[in-house]
Ligand binder design. Structure first.
Ligand code: SF4
Ligand code: SF4
Length: 202
């Protein structure tokens, strides 16, 4: 007589166990389903922890996170294209800005509602008005650098922002050449480079 293989024995063991433990499947939607511990569900932004750096949008394999700079920096995550890979969470610089929750019931009649959004305040160059980044991101960088941030006036002034006039009261000064007096201002990398060049020539 041919003896059962190891695989057949394991199948028999599972079948015997199932007689006492009941079915593996759940009765969703009649009963709520409890996802597994490491289940990756709907990604959600945490507005307080997100600094608006854009790393999640860069890392997203199907590119389902749009980052648009207008009045503010706006992130729109399209849940209908999300593959729940977790790369946004894994690459988030604060490690808490976006988290994959256990939410799995994402069925909708209107696809335009399948979005997750967060908005951040933008920091603009006080000379040419171009976008430097999100205010919270620059502050986060300054905090990370510690005393080294004092070597860059943009980082220093942004982290001390509460002590300086609010941005809407500082008009961008794009007319006339940039000069040494612009050194202690919030500047984009291009204008900062021009100020340093001007300083080295005088
Ligand atoms: S889970 Fe993956 S696919 Fe979904 S938003 Fe994050 S990175 Fe993109
Ligand atoms: S802080 Fe995290 S969640 Fe916010 S934009 Fe950066 S990577 Fe995305």
């Amino acid at each position: 007589m041919r003896l059962p293989s190891l695989l057949q024995l394991r199948i028999l063991k599972e079948a015997f166990k199932a007689l006492f433990t009941g079915p593996y499947t759940s009765e969703f939607p009649f009963q709520p389903h409890v996802p597994a511990e490491k289940f990756r569900g709907k990604p959600e932004y945490d507005e307080k922890e997100c600094v608006g750096c854009g790393a999640c949008a860069e890392a997203c394999p199907p590119q389902c996170i749009d980052m648009v700079d207008e009045e503010r920096r706006k992130f729109t995550l399209h849940l209908d294209s999300c593959i729940f890979c977790g790369q946004c969470q894994a690459n988030c610089i604060t490690e808490k800005g976006i988290t994959l929750t256990k939410e799995y019931d994402l069925a909708l009649f209107d696809r335009s509602q399948a979005i997750e959004e967060v908005e951040k305040e933008l920091l603009r160059c006080e000379f040419c008005n171009s976008v430097i980044g999100a205010v919270d991101h620059i502050k986060w960088l300054a905090k990370k650098l510690g005393p080294l941030a004092y070597s860059n006036p943009t980082l220093m002034l942004t982290s001390l922002r509460e002590l300086t006039p609010p941005p809407e009261k500082i008009a961008p000064r794009s007319e006339g050449p940039i000069s040494r007096s612009d050194h202690i201002r919030i500047l984009c990398p291009r204008c900062r480079w021009e100020v340093v060049l001007t300083e080295s020539q005088t």
